[in-house]
Ligand binder design. Structure first.
Ligand SMILES: [Zn+2]
Length: 473
């Protein structure tokens, strides 16, 4: 025992710092990095770089020192600045705008380019309706050189932009370098729009859309690929090597019972069919709409693509923004006590531009939910107590919510302020322990539209719930 205590003491001396001082130092370093980032965001790039250089030396060997050293390199991400903030990063889709081949003198040009992006999204559905679900972040991206790799030339740029071997020479970037930049941005959803200064056209995949030059008209199309996993609905060949690949909006069959958008055909949406020519192939590949989709030649997304984009938004954004009182985590039954004074449970939801989310409340006897699942307990209860697989920022793993066995206690829309309230007084319920559930769902039904925007939601992404326990005395 005594020996171990001595060893621990020697260990602390060996570090040369008491842990408290080390924590203080890390805090200082983080604050200084924040300051350098602010300088970069305000266009004071040279000062930001000088500060990073100083911090790299001062905090050498620490995480902060390593980050500062990376940011003092000739090609570096100097910081990330909020361009449009509709809510906290953890509860929104953060679209990060990055640039490649922008030297120190080009920074103002990139800033202007970045500022033009949010208005493009604001004009196109479903991003207009779900505008408040998005944040835009501008990266301050410094490249040592202003060129683009290809044709035997090699430049030092932040994201390794290069020209692809396509007929038209599409611009692309080094995905690894983009991911490294995104990892430096807190709250990032690993989604980026990258502008390659001297590039042409665009490419996309895995959450990253690449735009050559200033081709604003390709931004939305490439974002459809990067964010929605959508395929091309045009039929002209872009490369002789290209083959068709099937996906959400591209089929390799014209059988209406087998195409991925068959649920739209079954629902008889007037503008959805099966048309030959897609994925850069004039034949043997089919698309859902004749023309007009942003994945083809148009400005707006077709119903099939729009559905996929709405579901993608909800794979990241929970329709419930916040609740008071806080709902306890699954497995904890700390109850709210309802005795003399009435209580209020308040739920704030996200707010699409023109339609309300649907809110339903249930009050069930806690006896329906035995704590230790065992023989005789209802199967649904057992399922419910099982630990959830959901990880923060990924709503796709939870699966649809099970149907509750009783009718809702109350049903309403969130209304203008996006707040739903359940008010309960002691006389409303008999004494006992209850389970209160609030479910918020986006029906995706917009006023004046015959069809909801989402017809099929197999993973239950449009819906979310919170659960409280209530003790009535
Ligand atoms: Zn489409």
């Amino acid at each position: 025992m005594a020996l171990r205590r001595v060893a621990r003491f020697v260990g602390a001396i060996g570090l040369g710092l008491c842990p408290l001082l080390a924590a203080q130092e890390a805090q200082d370093a983080a604050a200084q990095i924040e300051r350098a980032q602010e300088l970069a965001c305000r266009g004071r790039h040279a000062e930001a770089r000088a500060l990073y250089k100083k911090l790299a030396a001062e905090f050498a060997g620490t995480e902060e020192g390593k980050l500062a050293a990376k940011r003092a390199l000739p090609s570096a991400l100097l910081g990330a600045c909020m361009l449009v903030e509709n809510g906290p990063s953890a509860k929104r889709v953060d679209i990060v705008l990055l640039g490649d081949g922008f030297e120190l003198d080009h920074q103002r040009a990139f800033d202007e380019l970045a500022e033009d992006v949010p208005p493009l999204f604001e004009r196109v559905e479903p991003f207009r309706e779900y505008w408040s679900y998005l944040n835009f972040v501008r990266g301050v991206c410094l490249s040592a050189d202003g060129g683009i790799d290809g044709f035997g030339r090699d430049y030092d740029t932040l994201l390794g932009g290069f020209t692809l071997d396509t007929d038209a020479g599409h611009a692309s970037v080094d995905g690894e370098k983009v991911r490294d930049a995104l990892e430096q941005i807190p709250g990032s959803d690993a989604l980026a729009l990258v502008f390659v200064r001297l590039g042409l056209l665009g490419t996309a995949g895995g959450g990253i859309a690449v735009i050559g030059g200033r081709e604003a008209n390709t931004v939305i199309h490439e974002w459809g690929h990067a964010f929605g996993g959508l395929g091309d609905e045009y039929s002209s060949r872009t490369s002789k090597h290209r083959t068709a690949s099937a996906g959400i909006n591209v089929a390799l069959t014209d059988d209406p019972k087998k195409v991925p958008w068959r649920h739209w055909l079954e629902a008889r949406h007037p503008s959805v069919g099966v048309y030959e020519g897609a994925s850069g192939q004039p034949m043997h590949a089919w698309r859902p709409t004749a023309s007009g989709c942003a994945m083809n030649d148009g400005q707006a997304f077709c119903p099939v693509c729009r559905e996929a984009l709405v579901l993608r938004l909800y794979s990241i954004v929970d329709p419930i923004e916040e609740v008071t009182p806080l709902a306890p985590p699954p497995g904890i039954r700390e109850p709210i006590v309802l005795w003399q004074d009435p209580i209020e449970i308040r739920v704030r939801t996200l707010k699409p531009a023109t339609h309300d989310l649907e809110v339903r409340w249930w009050i069930e006897s806690a006896g329906m939910y035995p704590i230790t699942p065992g023989p005789g307990g209802p199967a649904e209860a057992r399922e419910l107590i099982a630990p959830t697989k959901e990880t923060p920022g990924d709503r796709t793993q939870r699966g649809p919510l099970r149907a509750l066995p009783v009718a809702p206690y109350k049903e309403h829309d969130t209304g203008k302020d996006g707040v739903a309230t359940l008010r309960l007084a002691r006389d409303d319920l008999k004494p006992g322990l209850y389970r209160v559930t609030c479910r918020v769902k986006d029906t995706t039904r917009l006023r004046g539209e015959r069809f909801p925007w989402v017809l099929k939601d197999e993973r239950g992404l449009l819906e979310s719930e919170r659960v409280w326990w209530l003790e009535v005395r």
